[in-house]
Design a binder for this molecule. Structure first.
Ligand SMILES: [Zn+2]
Length: 390
């Protein structure tokens, strides 16, 4: 953030956003309304009156409240005790109407008063893939998130390609979906039961911390230089590893003829693993970025789902319960007694959620199916083994 005044404006905008989204949530809760446009109609004028948010941010705040209420309703339907969602995290949504990217790598953001213009601090050593999105007219900004943390602002930019070079998905097109769960012990697990370990990443990083700790105590000039050298090697190691894992995910998708790779929304990964080290947050972000541009080259689409309760839901019978997961790595359904690896179960649920989303979209007429190890499963036709499906 270049300037203190801009920071204050963003701070105030986030605060009004929290207030506005919480207010909309309260209205939806009272009126039993959790559809985006239904709640927008009900709550928009109150949000405008009670906050300094502009029209577009007021709309976005009602939409965010609606999706939180939908999550809560799903829980309630399962018999869980729920309460009205509140918005307290220092986060605000932006979209193409509220932010503008410029060619000089600055971004202008709507606030409660004038727009502020900030520089984008892009990492320079990523093979230029951010520039691929930023400098390519074919990509346009879609829903993005600004988060305030320790005086800095992090902008998670969402990009969309309205006219991809490969064929545009038609509503009648069949989808085959690969679900991917990201974690720590298992860096990535697919719905087709491909497992990628994250252990080496953890181990090497711990070792690195240890070495660095030792060197810093000596405090000499040469020791300092050694730290820098090691850090670079460490980062290079992690990046190579993430390239290998992303290639494996792409191969898995190609092998199973998948049209879509589906991850859980990154903000959910953070909520689910509050103790995940910075390294893992970085690794997950990076992995998704690598998979995204490699998938693009293959004409495979990347999608994200709200992954609430994907770790507690049984991928076999759909029963959702906290009791389904007695220990971290193990899933055992209390209803149908199915046991399987917890991350594998989650990967299937993540893919399935996207398959279901297609089913609920009235414009879609094509079939959606989830790729599993031994076959595919569709909402209408059930499980089809690969020997018959192909
Ligand atoms: Zn079950």
């Amino acid at each position: 953030m270049s300037d203190e005044q801009d920071a204050e404006l963003l701070e105030a905008t986030i605060s009004d956003w929290q207030h506005g989204a919480t207010l909309a949530s309260q209205i939806g809760w009272d009126e039993n309304e959790d559809s985006k446009y239904g709640l927008q109609k009900l709550a928009y004028s109150d949000v405008r009156e009670e906050t300094r948010l502009g029209s577009q941010h007021a709309i976005l705040a009602t939409h965010q409240a609606a999706s939180a209420l939908t999550g809560v309703r799903e829980l309630k339907d399962k018999g869980r005790k729920v309460s009205c969602p509140e918005f307290t995290s220092p986060t605000i949504k932006y979209d193409a109407n509220t932010l503008t990217l410029f060619e000089d790598n600055t971004v202008s953001l709507t606030t409660i008063e004038s727009r502020v213009r900030c520089e984008l601090a892009l990492p320079e050593d990523e093979g230029g893939y951010q520039y691929q999105f930023l400098n390519d007219d074919e990509w346009s900004v879609t829903e993005s998130t600004l988060t305030a943390r320790d005086g800095d602002y992090f902008l998670h930019l969402g990009f969309r390609k309205p006219n991809p070079f490969d064929k545009q998905e038609s509503p009648a097109e069949d989808r085959t979906v690969l679900g991917v769960d990201l974690g720590i012990q298992r860096l990535a697990v697919t719905s087709t039961a491909h497992f990628e370990s994250g252990k080496k990443l953890v181990h090497d990083h711990d070792q690195f911390e240890h070495v660095r700790g030792g060197l810093q105590q000596t405090g000499t000039q040469s020791a300092h230089r050694t730290i820098v050298g090691r850090e670079t090697r460490e980062e290079r190691y992690s990046r190579d590893k993430l390239h290998r894992v992303s290639n494996a995910i792409i191969e898995e998708a190609v092998e199973h003829e998948c049209s879509h790779i589906v991850f859980e929304d990154l903000s959910y990964i953070r909520d689910r693993m509050p103790n995940a080290k910075k390294l893992h947050q970085w690794a997950h972000r990076k992995l998704i970025q690598f998979v995204t541009y490699k998938a693009e080259a293959r004409g495979i689409r990347i999608e994200f789902v709200d992954a609430a309760y994907t770790s507690q839901r049984c991928s076999e019978c759909g029963h959702t319960s906290r009791g389904n997961r007695p220990v971290q790595s193990h899933f055992e359904c209390v209803k149908c007694e199915k046991t399987l690896h917890a991350d594998y179960n989650a990967a299937k649920n993540i893919g399935w959620r996207f398959v279901r989303r297609g089913l609920n979209d009235s414009r879609r007429t094509g079939n959606s199916q989830l790729a599993l190890k031994s076959g595919t499963v569709t909402p209408n036709r059930g499980f089809i083994p690969y020997s018959i499906a192909r």
